[in-house]
Design a protein around this ligand. Structure first.
Ligand code: CA
Length: 569
């Protein structure tokens, strides 16, 4: 790995170098804002897709993320921040400050026949962009939207970013696609074809930096940057993959052990929490027959994250060049845990490489409509299957369970489930002068719903009770700003439901169920890796938490499985 002798000192050195870079001479505090209604800071909310708790450097990963590490060194890192375990629900909760069912997106983009599961943002919620716009902010978005089923070029567009509070938008309406040729690629309200040399992660970074550069006036801006890295397919540029060649030779078992050691060293996880066992469906690395293929899958994954970090560096640089870095609150988080879906990576290689296929190339101006293209622009077949070496545009596969298991070190389960591996995310908060002790950790539990509350708080914005004639549900979260000053958050209950997987956490206690199983109870202070179910030992605690969950589920429109099938409209 070349990282086994990584010490705390090495990490601090990296962080220190980054911090120095960020606060280089010439980077003076921004002048006070004048003009716009809000005197609040700029807010940049960056989220990545399908990554585990331990992937980035400042959370124990070996992937090079110097720009995120620098933000962490100068900011605050949460060790117990939570998402909803899945793409669409996370985006719905993040954007609205409500639980996803309250915003209409309890599952994915299909209509499951009840208000909590319409698969489309409802009109009883507002987005952060809508609230910030009311406060006088410029509002920009680059990246993946994924909170409406209407992804076609001609709409309907009532729930596209420009209709939900953003002044400018570049990105994709749909939730997944090729990084070289994504479907539903959109500029403002118009779908566009990809251009020559296109790579989606770079395009998101460049548009975000461009929006920073083009922002005019004295009013602050809110920008949402939603990367699709490192969601499948494993697509990365050769220059970025080259850096990771051979880095995963020792396999997922060693990787998990190394990441766990660094997490303990950095104080991110408690040494008394046992490292979870390897997923029983994953072979020991020594027994894995396709080592070269598996190494390549992880090399590409790492390269995708690396490229995103480079782009975050360019966005931060654009803000710094404007003299606005000290006046900008930057968040970084991830939308769900590492993804064990073996998308495109099972079975024989298709189409069969030994049998030539004749495919029609796509016109340069043709809109891409397929999540998984069958053909590259120049007419080569896009291949899936076990053994396809990922990276280039004619492949479409996932990185697989073994690496997802390592991404989620030291926790259990994955994207979809609400055990800690599915819902735990890094949260970095960077705001010079306001985060009082740079480089520190906050161990208070927090949730996506808190981002809206924090934005409203720091911007001095008003969260509306009615919007465009509709009455708006009160926000569910709390402002995280006390934690910037080293103050604790008040204890409260936090809830999850996704695909019948359920949980409630109050303080150190978490009651959790993996559908269709029963309730398990964990003391997260002693055992955050959920290795020792205390439901039988502490039935009174389980009995205390169960009605809390049920009351929440009832209040927020959560329905038990099976949900109805999507209806044809
Ligand atoms: Ca995701």
């Amino acid at each position: 790995m070349g990282t086994s002798n990584w010490t705390r000192r090495d990490f601090l050195k990296v962080l220190g170098a980054g911090a120095a870079a960020l606060s280089a001479p010439g980077c003076k505090a921004a002048p006070g804002l004048s003009g716009g209604k809000s005197k609040g800071p700029n807010i940049v909310l960056i989220m990545s897709d399908d990554m585990g708790f331990s992937d980035i450097g400042c959370y124990g990963g070996e992937i090079d993320t110097p720009n995120l590490d620098a933000l962490a060194a100068d900011g605050l890192r949460f060790t117990q921040f939570y998402n909803t375990a899945r793409c669409c629900p996370t985006r719905a909760a993040l954007m609205t400050g409500l639980y996803q069912h309250q915003a209409g997106i309890g599952h994915m983009m299909g209509d499951r026949g009840s208000p909590g599961y319409r698969g489309d943002l409802n009109n009883r919620c507002v987005t952060i962009a809508e609230v910030m716009k009311l406060a006088g902010y410029g509002t920009y978005m680059a990246g993946k939207w994924h909170v409406t089923p209407h992804t076609k070029p001609e709409g309907p567009k009532y729930n596209w970013p420009l209709q939900r509070g953003f002044d400018r938008f570049f990105g994709t309406i749909h939730g997944a696609g090729s990084f070289y040729d994504p479907n539903s690629l959109t500029l403002d309200n118009t779908q566009i074809p990809r251009w020559e040399g296109f790579y989606y992660t770079d395009a998101i970074s460049d548009y975000a930096a461009k929006f920073v550069n083009e922002h005019k006036g004295d009013n602050p801006f809110f920008m949402y940057v939603a990367y699709t890295a490192a969601h499948w397919p494993m697509h990365a540029l050769e220059k970025d993959i080259a850096k990771y060649k051979g880095r995963y030779k020792q396999g997922w078992d060693v990787l998990r052990a190394e990441r766990h050691a660094r997490e303990k060293e950095m104080g991110l996880v408690d040494p008394k929490w046992e490292l979870t066992l390897r997923d029983e469906r994953v072979p020991a690395w020594d027994d894995e027959p396709l080592k070269e293929w598996n190494e390549r899958r992880m090399e590409v994954y790492a390269a995708m994250v690396d490229n995103m970090d480079q782009g975050i560096g360019r966005i931060v640089e654009a803000i710094r060049k404007k003299g606005q870095l000290d006046n900008t609150l930057i968040f970084f988080l991830q939308d769900n845990g590492g993804c064990a879906e073996e998308y495109g990576s099972r079975g024989a290689i298709k189409p069969d490489p030994s049998k030539p296929v004749e495919l029609k190339p796509m016109r340069p101006d043709e809109l891409q409509t397929r999540m998984q293209p069958t053909v590259t622009r120049d007419g080569r077949p896009v291949r899936t299957g076990r053994g396809v070496m990922p990276g280039p545009d004619d492949t479409y596969i996932a990185y697989g369970k073994g690496w997802a298991n390592a991404s989620n070190t030291p926790f259990r389960l994955y994207k979809h489930w609400v055990h800690e591996g599915g819902i735990s995310t890094p949260l970095i908060c960077h705001w010079p002068g306001h985060v009082k002790k740079p480089g520190t950790l906050c161990h208070d539990p927090g949730h996506l719903i808190d981002i809206m509350a924090t934005c409203v708080d720091v911007a001095g914005a008003e969260y509306p009770t009615t919007y465009q004639g509709n009455s708006i549900q009160p926000m569910e979260g709390v402002s995280l700003s006390p934690t910037f000053r080293g103050k604790p958050l008040a204890e409260r209950a936090i809830y999850w439901e996704h695909e019948g997987n359920r949980a409630v956490r109050v303080g150190k206690w978490k009651l959790v169920s993996k559908h269709p199983g029963g309730w398990e109870l964990y003391d997260l202070e002693q055992d955050r890796t959920e290795m020792h179910d205390l439901a039988a030992e502490h039935p009174e605690k389980a009995q205390e938490l169960k009605p809390l969950y049920e009351a929440w589920a009832d209040r927020c429109g959560v329905r038990p499985l099976p949900l109805k099938k999507p209806k044809k409209s």
